[in-house]
Every structure is written in C-alpha cells, then in structure tokens.
Design a protein around this ligand. Structure first.
Ligand SMILES: [Zn+2]
Length: 307
C-alpha cells in the first residue's frame, strides 16, 4: 500500500532518491574535518579515532570494521601514523580506494622513522585537500564539480590561515621562538614557521625519555633561553610537570596536535586548531601567557590503572 505513494514522491522529487550521502571513513579527526569541508552534504564521514582521542594508541574495535565494510572511500594520513589501517581494511572486506592523504609531501625524519605529523603544515593540508577532492570525484563522479568548488574555497581559506600564522610569528624575534612540548609532533610546523621546538617524548607517542635525556632537556631549558613550556591534552603532562618543577618555569598553555578537541573546546576544526596553537605558542614565547595547571599524571597512566 505504501509503495505507490513513495514511488510517486520519488518521481516528483528526483533529488530525494539521490540524496543518500556517500559513506566515507577517515582515520582520525583532522582528516574527518577535511573530508567534511570538501564533501559537504554529499558525504557522511565517520572518523575512526575521534576528537580528543590518540591515534598512536588506537585499538580497532569491531565497530570500526563495520564502518569500513560500508565505506565507499577510506582516507588515512600515511607516513606510518595508522599502521593498523591496511590490515583492518582487508579484514573488513573493504575493496574501495584507500587514500593516503600525505603521499607526495616532503617527509621529515623523526629518528629512524618518518615523522607522521604532516598535517601541522598548512601547505601539507592544502596538498591533502586536493587529493581528497580527487578521490571523492572518483567515488562519486556526479558530485565532482561540487567537490572541486568546495576544495577551491577551502584552499583559499587555508592559504589565508598560512599567511595569518606567518604574520603572527613575524612579530617574534627569531631567538625568542623556542619552546618545549611533550611529544615530538610539531616538526612540520616548526619547519614552516621558523620555530625551534624540543620534545620530551619521541614522535611515535610511546617511548619514554631516559633520565639522561630528561636531564639534558632540563639543562637546555636552563641555559638556552627557552621560556615556553607547553602541554597537550593526550600525553606528557607528567614529563612537562617535571621539567617545570626542575626549571621553575610555568606551563604556559595547551596545544592540540594529535586530534581536534571535542565540541566546546578550542580546536574543534583544523583552522581553529592551527589558530589556537599559534596564539598559544606566540603568547608563551613572549612570556604573556597565563600559566595553566597541569595534572601530575597522564591520561594514559590513568587509563592503564583500569587494566
Ligand atoms: Zn603523535
């Protein structure tokens, strides 16, 4: 009985039938934001590692395989960031394109590995957005004009963002542009904007620094004119609290690099994240930031207590 009226409705409004959005899976929140910017209403993005979550520590759950099995496009960062993805996609029976968004960028080294945190370069973001638009065009040719137009508009905004970040740093003398952060994830940002950044922890997000490495970092802070110590929401608070104690410097802000912040936070989009990080770093190195309270343990430490 219902069939006839519905069919009539579909004929009267052909868009009704075509409005099913393209299911796309992105490995983590920054890529999810880019796919949403390029895809608009034509795509339904599912992000495997959500805002406020750590991709380095990700353990795929069965729900992730279900999302992949339904997807028409899967987008990952590459550079070793999501080592679990190819196996997960295969296990889920996913047969579509696995887009490596950062393929083709100039990789930085982090020890013996490639540094995966390429999204903290706006130039790399523009590169990835172009690749995402190309893959969406392949997966959904009918939407290609819209994807290209949205990617062009977003790229214009990203170019303005890059100009804005360069302008913010141009106010800061070169020798003052030095900061210590918990985890070695600002390499691309440091390269692009001429900042010297030291990290307590390596780029893989797992290795603990030795007592000797920590002592060397504390010595560098004391001797090298570094005044800015920053934390991140996901890790390294304990290490940064230790450096603050041993140097007498305050912790002067929280950076978002690994993931966007959950709703209501200061980094709910890629553009907001880059603006927040730049403002926080510039104020920190200028010594005008308000000190922040830092817990003496990490989320990961707390997490491990549950096991
Ligand atoms: Zn990382």
């Amino acid at each position: 009985m219902l069939k006839r009226p519905l069919a009539a409705l579909a004929l009267a409004f052909p868009l009704f039938a075509a409005a099913e959005p393209l299911p796309v899976v992105a490995s983590f929140s920054v890529l999810g934001d880019w796919v949403r910017e390029v895809g608009g209403e034509r795509v339904a993005v599912h992000t495997l590692v959500g805002a406020g979550e750590d991709t380095h520590m990700f353990q795929p759950a069965p729900a992730a395989a279900q999302q992949l099995a339904r997807a028409r496009l899967v987008v990952m960062n590459g550079l070793g960031f999501e080592g679990w993805m190819p196996r997960l996609a295969q296990a889920a029976g996913y047969k579509g394109e696995l887009l490596v968004a950062m393929e083709g960028v100039e990789p930085l080294r982090a020890g013996a590995e490639r540094d995966p945190h390429a999204w903290l370069s706006v130039g790399n973001a523009i590169h990835a957005v172009r690749r995402i638009a190309g893959s969406l065009c392949t997966a959904d040719a009918a939407g290609c004009d819209e994807y290209r137009a949205r990617a062009a508009a977003y790229t214009t905004r990203l170019q303005a963002l890059d100009t804005e970040i360069r302008a913010a740093w141009s106010e800061v003398p070169q020798e003052q542009r030095q900061a210590v952060i918990p985890h070695d994830n600002f390499g691309y940002y440091a390269r692009d904007y001429g900042v010297r950044i030291w990290a307590a922890q390596g780029a893989d997000g797992e290795s603990e620094p030795s007592a000797r490495a920590m002592a060397a970092l504390v010595r560098r802070v004391r001797e090298g004119g570094i005044r800015a110590l920053l934390v991140e929401p996901l890790e390294g608070s304990r290490l940064m609290a230790q450096i603050a104690r041993e140097t007498g410097l305050p912790i002067s802000g929280k950076l978002y690099a690994e993931a966007l912040s959950p709703a209501g936070g200061p980094a709910t989009s890629y553009e907001a994240m880059m603006r927040h990080n730049t403002r926080t770093l510039v104020e920190a190195v200028q010594g005008v930031a308000k000190p922040v309270d830092v817990p003496h343990h990490d989320e990961h430490d707390t997490h491990h207590h549950h096991h």
